[in-house]
Design a protein around this ligand. Structure first.
Ligand code: NAP
Length: 364
């Protein structure tokens, strides 16, 4: 049966996140890569030559041969995914939105803007209604239908997926979180080997601020077209460790109403996401996986659970300072970046926000 697919472009296609987009979109039933863009250093070259490929599978042949373009509107695409460096994402993503493209971004530039959804489909799918407040035009009042939707910071994703069931069941007043973040989170080439190997770097610029602010918007309540931030205090300490993929987070929580360790474990096990019924192609079987073996989860063994979209929880126990503590593990370039963005786009298709732009059909 012939089925129309959405044509997708990738901005920042040569970077760590851009490459993960290429991997997770391979064979996707709804999306087909039709355009790739990066900096002028890469533009004009075949993708296989421009990208220093770090993926674990081969570059799909039809992508390897595609010419990388400059990151300017005029793309053969219905929507664009962005893995752009934040130093350039602000202007480039706005240019695409003004030109009428839906932009599904990983960059931090628009995450906290009032009318831009900061989205995790399983956590706050209703926040996509903010799109209706966006007005991207060339200054002439004639909007062409473009909009921007963002993913949270990669560590924030793991934290918020773990907090959602606890906020719903007991209320959460305070959170302390210490992260051990993988090298792939710093992009390519990222942290130099002399800094990374056999070492821990106790500073990741801007990360602690993002982890304190973004969860309040994600767990906030949409009322009259405005997100009222959740009232919880978060203290974050972020560290870079010599792990390839997967951010580990040690989390302590103080609840608004009393909860014992077994209540918390049950809340994680019983959590059902609001998108379970939507049958989205990338949605993992379970958002959360709970380990009872105290040695787990571990990044090398468990970061790729649920094709990298499941968040793993373990070591749930009493906290001597707050109420309960546990660890969470999230795949930073999949759930925390490209995979999460593709799931965002699938939700937008389901909700009717993504439409095919005028074009000849691409058949599958
Ligand atoms: P990266 O490996 O450094 O890749 C950056 C990409 O941006 C490259 O494709 C690069 O193209 C492109 N670029 C740089 N300057 C440009 C310009 N002037 N015009 C057009 N393209 C330009 O970084 P990354 O780790 O993939 O991260 C990408 C974005 O995702 C960042 O905003 C980051 O904060 C966010 N993010 C990353 C992760 C993660 O785990 N890595 C997780 C969540 C969010 P060239 O190759 O041509 O230079």
């Amino acid at each position: 049966m012939e089925q129309q697919r959405f044509r997708v472009g990738i901005l920042g296609a040569t970077g760590a996140v851009g490459q993960k987009f290429v991997e997770v979109l391979e064979g996707h039933p709804w999306f087909e890569i039709t355009a790739l863009a990066a900096s002028e250093r890469s533009a004009g070259r075949p993708y296989a030559e421009a990208a220093n490929w770090i993926g674990s599978s081969e570059i799909p042949p039809h992508v390897a041969a595609m010419e990388v373009q400059e990151a300017e509107p005029g793309f053969n695409a219905d929507l664009v995914f962005s893995g752009l460096d934040s130093s350039v994402a602000g202007e480039i993503e706005a240019a695409f939105a003004r030109a009428g493209y839906p932009v599904i971004s990983n960059a931090r530039n628009y995450r906290m803007q009032d009318d831009v959804p900061l989205l995790i489909p399983e956590i706050n799918p209703d926040h996509t209604r903010l799109i209706e407040r966006q007005q991207w035009d060339e200054g002439n009042g004639e909007a062409r239908g473009g909009f921007i939707v963002t993913n949270p910071n990669c560590s924030t994703v793991g934290l918020v997926c773990a907090l959602r069931p606890l906020v719903d069941a007991f209320g959460v007043a305070q959170v302390q979180v210490t992260t051990m973040q993988a090298l792939s989170g710093a992009g390519y080439p990222g942290v130099s080997s002399l800094d990374a190997l056999g070492n821990v770097v106790p500073y990741i610029g801007g990360e602690e601020e993002k982890m304190a602010a973004e969860p309040r918007k994600l767990l906030g309540t949409l009322r009259d077209g405005v997100v009222e931030p959740a009232a919880l205090a978060i203290s974050a300490q972020c560290n870079r460790v010599p792990v390839l993929d997967g951010h580990m987070e040690c989390i302590s929580v103080k609840f608004a109403s009393p909860a014992a360790v077994e209540d918390v474990r049950r809340a994680f096990l019983d959590y059902r996401s609001p998108i379970d019924a939507y049958d989205l192609p990338s949605a993992p079987p379970r958002l959360l996986h709970v380990f009872d073996d105290p040695r787990f989860p571990q990044p090398r063994r468990h970061a790729s659970l649920g094709r990298g979209l499941t968040v793993s929880i373990g070591r749930i126990r009493p906290c001597e300072v707050l109420d309960v503590k546990f660890v969470a593990l999230v795949h930073n370039t999949v759930r925390g970046a490209a995979g999460g963005a593709v799931l965002n786009a699938e939700l937008l298709v389901h909700q009717g926000y993504l439409k095919k732009r005028q074009r000849a059909a691409v058949s599958a």
